[in-house]
Design a protein around this ligand. Structure first.
Ligand code: M6R
Length: 611
């Protein structure tokens, strides 16, 4: 949710920290702050608003410090304001911390600290943790032991970095439930962050802390151990992406760049996996669980938001190709409803970030009940990827725009590969498998054809940008695409939008339709095309404005729709990968027309690491 970064080395800490904050700003952007150890004193600047606001108060070049920490916030406890912004210090002012996560027992700790004379400036749980560490430091006179003892008593989640003016050569980092990555540079330089994006400019070598693990970085090296004081060992990994992948590369927004990357990201999802001549799929990540997959009697998919929509699409595809029952559920509901799970179940958790708290909790719950837990994850080495027994990375590369786009299509692509793999283990014929594989490899070119119509979609967007509401309707495998189209629009333009199965409209939403209501239909050619035309006629009869996403060559639809956006023909179960692209562009251009902050929409954050 929040972004934390810490630096120790020979460079100017303030410059590394500010650039790290900018690269992680998509994680949270309601306030930001920095603390550096300058001439033996901790200098702290905190500001409500974006990192640019902080920069207006903090001239990084004016500081020569080699040690510091910084934070970009998505508020949980207390309003976004200067005081609640991080870093937070203890009562002595010697210790400063940045924290990502939630300290659930902060109130109990706060009462205890108040009774011992502590004072608090902010409303945050994080300041309580800082004060607690400070109080213990006063008693044990050892920073790492104070941090360790404090974290042993904390309930909740944390990724933290701690510095202390008494130990100018030391940073301490720890995690539980919130990611911490440590970049290892040259000459004992270390960059600690919640995201590799803040690190890659300086080094590609990283270690990932595990839950309940802490790192003591003392300027000559790094030691890791568990919070209950057992030494640990961490392998060094190489970050898989390049700096260019986390830059806008000439696009006005990350979201547009990521929409336009989809021909490549789809290819990256099936490259090396799709065996066209065999009509089959090879998935290295599932090799160790192949027999369990073959024996599975049911597949459960859990996810949140856009990833949940990808799961709904996958339900249609897996059931059609493999004839295995699939259930899709919001992870937040799944984790709390005592679900019936058996050892014959496979649980897929889908997550772009690999950090989403509810999805992670669903994995833990399913594992506890004996299911085989698998991941469909984008962020390599993330917590969900590590917590699941096996899985498939979607290889979409870093997604920075808060509204998920390329991850959605890559999630569907990856799950389609899984469905083909499972289908071929079961009754799907060689020729059906081969035909599908031959269609899959044409998808990147077809996506490009849709992207080439961006200007036309921009024009439609301009005409409807002032609408107060939108309806999105689709049927079958395109019903979840309607949900996704509506979510994209509301996330970034703040226009109220609803997605429905088209036939459900007559059971209520039809009451909303009048001449001011734009209705986006996904009306591609498939076995229920005639039914969706009936639904379109019903809207037209009530003067609703119809924007249809239709199959190339369908002239018939023009008589019903006010606007038609054509997508190339493909196999019906593959259409979501194409039909969602015009909806992503429509949402994007409407938000731009309304001058909304497309990449960092209000109240949102890229990964939701709180319940
Ligand atoms: O990282 P995840 O895929 O687990 O995230 C799930 C949702 O939080 C995410 O898809 C969210 O709905 C996006 N803002 C959608 O654009």
């Amino acid at each position: 949710m929040c972004g934390i970064v810490g630096y120790i080395g020979n460079r100017s800490a303030s410059n590394v920290l500010i650039s790290g904050l900018k690269r992680m700003e998509y994680r949270g952007y309601d306030s930001a702050g920095i603390a550096v150890l300058e001439n033996g004193e901790i200098q702290t600047v905190k500001k409500k608003g974006k990192v640019s606001e902080l920069e207006s108060q903090f001239n990084a070049d004016a500081f020569s410090a080699n040690l510091g920490i910084a934070h970009t916030r998505w508020a949980t406890h207390g309003f976004p304001n200067d005081v609640n912004a991080h870093p937070h210090s203890d009562n002595s002012g010697k210790i400063s911390i940045v924290h990502n996560g939630i300290i659930e027992n902060y109130n109990i700790l706060k009462q205890k600290l108040l009774s011992e004379g502590c004072k608090f400036k902010s409303e945050t749980d994080s300041e309580v943790l800082a004060a607690f560490i400070g109080m213990l430091y006063h008693k044990v006179n050892n920073l790492e032991e104070a941090v360790r003892l404090a974290l042993s008593e904390v309930n909740g989640t944390f990724g933290i970095i701690v510095m202390c003016k008494d130990t100018p050569q030391k940073l301490i980092a720890a995690r539980r439930g919130s990611p911490v990555v440590i970049g290892i540079g040259h000459d004992n330089e270390y960059i600690v962050a919640s995201d590799a994006a803040a690190i890659i400019q300086y080094t590609k070598n990283v270690i990932y802390l595990s839950d309940n693990e802490m790192a003591i970085i003392n300027g000559t090296g790094i030691n890791t151990k568990t919070i209950d004081n057992k030494a640990t060992h961490n392998n060094v990994y190489e970050i898989e992406f390049d700096l260019s992948q986390i830059e806008k590369s000439g696009f006005p927004h990350f979201m547009l760049k990521e929409i336009f990357e989809q021909p490549e990201t789809i290819q990256d999802a099936f490259r090396g996996r799709l065996l066209v001549d065999e009509g089959n799929v090879k998935v290295g990540g599932l090799r160790s669980v192949a027999e369990k997959i073959r024996a599975a009697k049911r597949i459960i998919i859990t996810a949140c938001g856009t990833s949940w929509h990808a799961g709904l699409v996958a339900e249609y595809i897996i059931e059609q190709l493999a004839q295995v029952p699939v259930e899709v559920e919001y992870a937040s509901e799944f984790r709390y409803r005592n679900p019936v799970i058996s050892e014959d179940d496979i649980l897929f958790s889908i997550s772009q970030s690999g950090e989403t708290a509810d999805t992670l909790a669903a994995v833990v719950e399913a594992k506890r009940k004996g299911a085989v837990a698998l991941g469909i994850v984008n962020a390599v080495g993330s917590q969900i990827a590590r917590e699941t027994e096996a899985g498939i990375y979607i290889h979409a590369g870093p997604e920075i725009g808060v509204a998920s786009t390329k991850a959605f299509t890559s999630q569907i692509m990856t799950l389609t590969l899984f469905a083909l793999y499972l289908g071929r283990m079961k009754n799907l014929s060689f020729s059906d498998g081969k035909q599908l594989a031959e269609e899959i490899i044409k998808l990147p070119g077809k996506i490009q054809q849709i992207l080439d119509q961006a200007d036309k979609i921009k024009e439609i967007a301009k005409q409807y940008a002032q609408a107060k509401n939108f309806l999105y309707l689709g049927r079958g495998v395109n019903y979840p695409v309607a949900l996704e189209g509506a979510l994209k629009l509301k996330e970034i333009s703040y226009i109220h939008a609803e997605g429905y199965p088209a036939a459900e409209m007559k059971h209520g939403p039809i009451a909303l339709i009048d001449k001011n209501m734009p209705v986006v239909f996904i009306a591609t050619k498939d076995e229920i095309y005639d039914k969706i035309i009936n639904n379109i006629e019903v809207v037209k009869a009530r003067e609703g404005k119809i924007i249809a996403v239709a199959t190339e060559g369908d002239e018939n639809i023009k008589q019903y729709a006010n606007h038609v956006i054509y997508i190339p023909e493909t196999k019906p179960i593959l259409t979501p990968i194409l039909s969602v692209i015009p909806l992503q562009l429509l949402a994007y251009y409407i938000a731009v027309e309304l001058k909304c902050d497309v990449d960092q929409p209000r109240n949102l954050a890229k990964s939701v690491t709180v319940e």
